[in-house]
Structure formats: structure tokens, C-alpha cells
Design a protein around this ligand. Sequence first.
Ligand SMILES: [Zn+2]
Length: 376
Amino acid sequence: MATGYAYHPLFLWHDTGTSAALIPANPMAGVQPATHLEHPEFKRRAHELLHVSGLLRELMIIEPGRATRAQLLRVHTHGYLNRLAQHSRLGDGDAGDGHSPIGRGSYDIACLAAGAVIDLVTAVADGDITNGYALVRPPGHHALADQGMGFCLINSIAVAARHAQTLGMARVAVVDIDAHHGNGTQAIFNSDPSVLTISVHQANCFPPDSGWIHDNGAGDGTGSALNVPVPPGSGPAAWLHAMTQVVIPALDRFTPDLILLAAGFDANVFDTLARQSLTADAYRQITSLLTDAADRLCNGRLVATHEGGYSFYVPACVAAHVETLAGLPPHITDPYATIVAGYNTEPLLAHQRAVIEQATQLVPTIPTTAPPLATH
Ligand SMILES: [Zn+2]
């Protein structure tokens, strides 16, 4: 069956302004205006590579619709949505942490981004596609119920998880492979055993002091949040070890009805905002492990949404990911393969193995009791 692809030009029109990389410009404090790091270019290039490589022809194009207010309210507060909408009309302000600017129309575009993930989930539920990928801006996985952060306005993947539950997919697993902790998604579901959140990320990167191993759910959700904070400098060996020793066993234990993937690509070797060294081939292998798990556990149902990724290497990584989702042979050879080959040879190091081993020990604590069908 088909792989869906949800994209819209408006995603590139989300205006993050003239920040100096990730902090607001402030000339009087010596911060010269520049370009915000969450700018459209790398996602535009990713879309164009999918087109130029011929991959788009192999995918089922899903024209996204906008998430409704009711769908957003399953995750976010009235007050936050009102504030976002108000600032969006004016094209000013920040969603919460000073790193997440709101441009004119950004609220509407964020609603469309959440709608893209929702529409892929619906298409999976209807059997129109097996899996899918949403290439969206703004990203979502740092956004909390009542504030945005880390460039994120609406937590699209959390909204999509709740939407999935209304369609009868009661047990949803969210796997987050962005280089930064999926803190917003974890916080939203931290006490909810019906949604397993797993985040593999660089330790103590963003948000600071977040996503440690001991931070693994609360109340009824104790054990249903799993964090694998890999050390700075981790590459394919460590990430694949984390996947095979923690993420996949966790999915096998949880037996989800749907896997959602927060597909950040900022653990790539050239990225500005993390110190990881994944290659396009590593993303191919990670995706393959996840599609195999989805085939085994939930009839292949997997929906991925784009999160971070801030280097020219992102399009090659996206192409490898999408090809693997679609079960296709490579349409384009990684043009950087010979350059990144040297980054790809580091063996699993002892301090990386030790962290992953700690996370492995939490897999048996993941709740397996089937929750009642959610009524969110
Ligand atoms: Zn990130």
C-alpha cells in the first residue's frame, strides 16, 4: 500500500523574522539582526529533492486541511490558542520562551501543519495509506499545553496522537529521533499510559536539564515515558544501539496501534544545533527498524512529521527516510557519502553503551495494560 506525503507551500511562509540564529535581534545589546535558524530553506530544499529525485511520483499526495480548534484543544489550552491567534494577527511576539517568534499568519500555518499530520493519521486509519510523512513548519515537539518553545507553536504530533485515539487507535507510541528532547510531547502525555513517548536525543542539549533517564512518566503514566539521552558526539553506532536495545523492545512491549515519529533530522553530522553525527544511511537504517516494528505490531501504521534539521544535509537525510518508509530503493545516492564516511566508523563507545544500558533496564516497566478507548 501507499506512503502518504503531506506538504503545503504555506509551511515555508511561516515568518521567523530577523533573529540572530535563535535569540531576538537587539542592536543596542550588540545582537545584530540576522536570520532565525528555523527558516524555510532546508525544508524547501527537502521538498525539491523529493520532487527532483522522482520520489514524489511514488507517494500519495495528501493535500492538508487545517486542524480544527476542537482538535487543538485536546492538547492545548484556550488561553494559549487565543494568545497565539492574537499575536499572529499582528505578526509580533513570541510563543513562550523567546526562541519561538510568531509571524503574521503563523497561527494559521501551525494549524495547517497539525492538520497535515492529522490527515495522514486519518488516511492510515481509512486504509488509504500504510504510512506517511508530513514535511511541515513550524515544528511542534517542544510545545507545551500552554506555551510554545524551541521554535514550536502547536504540538502537531500530540494533536495527531489524540486524533488517532478518536479513530479507535487507542494505544499510540510516539518515537522522537530529533536531536533534542521531545519535552512538550512527553509533558502532555506524562501521566497517560495510553501514549508511550520515547525520545532519543543528545543529553542536556535542549531544553537544558531535560530528558534524563529518571524522568519517565508520572502517576498512571509512570513508565510510559522513556528517554535515551545519548552523549554529545554520538553517531550511527550509538543511535542504532539505542534503537535496537531500547526503542524497538519498548515498542514490542507496548504493542501500539499506531507509531507516530517525530522525525527531527538535526542529529545529522553537519547540524548547527546539536553535536551528533548521523548520516543519511543511518537515517535509512533507523527508519527501517521502525517500519519493521510497525509491520510486526500494527499493520505497518506509522506517521512521521518533520521536526528540527538545520543544515544543508537535511534533504539527503529526508530522502533516505522517505524512500525507506515507501520501501523503495534509493532514488538518489547520498552526495556527501564519501565526505561523511569518516564520521560513520566510530564504534560504540563505553560511555554511550552505559547510558543506553540504563535506559534498557526501564523497558520492562512500561505499562502494558490496555487502557479503555480514549474519549478525548
Ligand atoms: Zn531539534
